[in-house]
Ligand binder design. Structure first.
Ligand code: AMP
Length: 276
């Protein structure tokens, strides 16, 4: 991969890069299509990164379908798939990790300790191997996007990070490889994440500014779904991720909810004037 990338770069080709864990859906493919449009070469990595999974999480059972993924990438005009083995990226005596501070202590960082250390490390390694001019990340994983942007800025990495909008199913559920874990009844209940964000938007538009009141209403909505268990509900500053008590400008509404055993996340950037 690295040799190819050097050749492309030295012949003046612009490399667009989409890092993924595979089992691709239309959310991933929107990033791939954008990379194909923007750049001369679109590289997609498929790597289920053990370093970003905690003990007892779903690393072993994470869905995998390399053949199906390859067909989708080819169909979208992607040029190159990089699917390394875990042992190639983390050989014995591997000791180096990237730690972005402060913004990783919040939201998903609280319930998944070490997760963003794993994410920042693998993305830094992939950037060094793939040498992209541009890299594409989904706003669906808002905190991840923020962490990567900060890492690139703080470590003076020479890559442009592009954030892309969340792609949703017809009922509003954010597309995710983990949706494949849901039973029929869980799938129906899973739309409560999107509904919660819509509810927050509606309350803000009606003039509610107290974060506590908005969270209470979201709590009530989610508690009415029998298989849903809240991990966190956050109304926070879009850059610092500090919790807000009263909302007078832009706010990130973010939540993580277990539907049965499956942990789902979603978020929206909102302000009083966001259209409903
Ligand atoms: P993953 O395979 O879950 O690590 O995701 C790979 C990339 O696809 C990340 O940048 C995600 O934010 C992005 N992504 C995942 N789901 C969506 C979605 N529904 N809409 C847009 N981007 C997404």
């Amino acid at each position: 991969m690295s040799t190819r990338s050097k050749e492309w770069r030295s012949s003046g080709k612009r490399i667009g890069f989409v890092p993924t864990m595979g089992f691709l859906h239309d959310g991933h493919m929107s990033l791939v299509r954008r990379a194909v449009e923007d750049c001369d070469i679109a590289v997609v990595s498929i790597f289920v990164n053990p370093a970003q999974f905690g003990k007892g999480e779903d690393f072993e059972k994470y869905p995998r379908d390399l053949t199906g993924d390859a067909n989708k990438i080819k169909g979208a005009g992607g040029h190159y798939i990089f699917a390394p083995k875990a042992g190639d990226l983390y050989p014995p005596f591997y000791y180096t990790y990237v730690n972005v501070e402060t913004i990783t202590d919040k939201l998903c960082g609280l319930s998944r300790p070490g997760h963003f250390r794993g994410v920042a490390t693998i993305v830094a390694k992939l950037f060094n191997i793939v040498k992209p001019n541009k890299a594409y990340f989904g706003q669906k994983d808002y905190q991840q996007l923020l962490v990567i942007k900060k890492m690139v800025e703080d470590l003076n990495m020479d890559v442009e990070v592009v954030g892309m909008p969340t792609i949703r199913e017809a009922d509003g559920l954010a597309m995710s490889s983990r949706n494949s874990y849901l039973s029929h009844s869980e799938r129906e209940q899973a739309v409560c994440l999107f509904n919660s964000l819509q509810l927050a938007n509606k309350l803000l538009a009606q003039g509610e500014i107290a974060a506590e009141n908005i969270k209470k209403e979201i709590h009530r909505l989610i508690a009415s779904r029998k298989d849903a268990r809240i991990d966190y509900i956050s109304l926070c500053h879009p850059h610092s991720l500090e919790e807000l008590t009263s909302i007078d400008g832009e706010v990130l509404a973010a939540l993580a909810v277990f539907i049965g055993k499956t942990r789902l996340i979603d978020n929206m950037l909102l302000s009083k004037s966001t259209p409903q």
